[in-house]
Design a protein around this ligand. Structure first.
Ligand SMILES: O=C(O)CCC(=O)C(=O)O
Length: 408
């Protein structure tokens, strides 16, 4: 997810400039393509061309830009893997607490030894995220839930493809980015039990597998395992953003065989307080060939972001050469949680479709625009807090089959 503050590598425009010179006055045909030169998610493409021939120019611009981004991404890959294999991002092992005799749990929150184990674990995980910008957490949902959610997401993708083919203007409600990238999409998910079928009624391209999904609520089950009471991520998120944290993204990142490596990027412009904490959850094993996400540890800092944004390619290359890069090959049900300021990128997928469930919560202490538009259906923007999520999931646990029905 990268917004328009990223600039494409200089080579991106060269072929295009020549072309534009031939077919139209440069100033009148060339507006700003906000396609994310950082190579990540987010933002829209707003190039405006007035006539049909300019559509051809626009396509060439797009392709030119994509090619330049790929060249840069491959150069970055070379720099990051300078001495062979990149290390795997591993889940930390926290030493078990040794409660002082007679004190039991539930002591002062400042005394970690006496905290209850899940609060203590969340506090240690949060400290690690603040230090490294990223943490891997294994088994955040069960294998069965991951399987169900993957099937469901791929069905939703199929419906979105049919709908947007039929009416391109609906694209914004289904996809978080312009949907033209090779083998990659950000599918914005619905929280309703029947997903997109809820909006489409009889028109929903139903088949036996959709009908099967309606008897389950894979998304609700996955969210409950993570963010419900006693969920695997609930205490950690509470620690990072409090119960007032706002749900900022809700999507699936899907890459198919043939998708390219992204350029290294943070998701948003730097700010002092961490604005956003993002989850990528593996819905199947993610092997090296499937293009796991690379993370550059400790690059959520002001200094690292300043180099990234400097436009000084020599400095940026030096930064990558020195980076502590980790590859998030994951097992089904494992997740990474990261501070959105951390430099990262998805790798090329040469093996099998990779589906990552993706959501984030925004830090309520950070006001104003984040300079980055998250992948979330328009109706969910700014309406659901972590508290609201926990409450809805509690209602789901108590028998409410469609606990997010009030949010469209
Ligand atoms: O595909 C991935 O692994 C990472 C995706 C990403 O970072 C992005 O789209 O911003």
């Amino acid at each position: 997810m990268v917004s328009s503050f990223f600039t494409p590598p200089p080579a991106a425009a060269t072929g295009l400039l020549a072309l534009c010179g031939l077919i139209c006055d440069f100033a009148s045909c060339f507006s700003v393509p906000t396609s994310p030169a950082g190579g990540g998610r987010a933002t829209t493409s707003t190039t405006i061309f007035a006539d049909p021939i300019s559509g051809y120019a626009r396509d060439l611009l797009y392709q030119d830009q994509q090619d330049a981004m790929l060249r840069r991404a491959l150069h970055e890959q070379h720099l990051l893997s300078r001495d062979g294999k990149i290390k795997e991002l591993l889940a930390p092992k926290f030493a078990p607490a040794k409660p002082k005799s007679g004190t039991g749990f539930g002591g002062s929150a400042s005394n970690k030894v006496n905290m209850d184990p899940s609060a203590r674990m969340a506090s240690e995980q949060a400290a690690m995220v603040r230090r490294d910008g990223v943490i891997r957490i294994n088994n955040v949902i069960s294998g069965v839930t991951a399987d169900n959610l993957r099937d469901y997401v791929l069905d939703q993708q199929r419906i979105a493809a049919i709908e947007t083919e039929r009416d391109a203007s609906t694209s914004r409600s289904y996809y978080g980015v312009e949907n033209r990238r090779k083998g990659r999409c950000d599918l914005q998910l619905s929280l309703l039990r029947e997903g997109f079928a809820s909006y489409l009624g009889d028109d929903c391209h139903d088949d036996a597998s959709d009908a099967a999904h309606r008897s389950t609520f894979a998304l609700g089950d996955a969210l409950r395992e993570m963010l419900g009471n006693d969920g695997t991520l609930q205490r950690l998120y509470e620690n990072l953003v409090t119960l007032d944290g706002e749900l900022y993204e809700l999507a699936a990142v899907i890459t198919d065989v043939g998708s390219n490596r992204q350029m290294v990027h943070p998701d948003l412009p730097y700010q002092e307080l961490a604005p956003l904490y993002v989850i990528f959850l593996a819905l199947q094993d993610v092997t090296e060939g499937m293009g796991p996400t690379s993370f550059l540890l400790g690059t959520h800092t002001r200094e690292a972001n300043a180099i990234f944004a400097s436009g000084d390619m020599a400095k940026k290359d030096e930064q990558l050469l020195r980076a502590d890069c980790r590859l998030s090959t994951l097992r089904k049900g494992d997740a990474v949680l990261f501070d959105a300021r951390t430099l990262h990128c998805g790798n090329a997928n040469d093996e099998r479709t990779r589906v990552l469930f993706n959501f984030s919560f925004r830090n309520p202490q950070v006001g104003g625009s984040l300079g980055y538009k998250g992948s979330i259906r328009p109706g969910y923007e700014g309406v659901l807090s972590l508290r609201g999520m926990v409450d809805a999931l509690a209602a789901y646990g108590s028998g409410d089959e469609n606990p997010f029905a009030k949010f469209k």
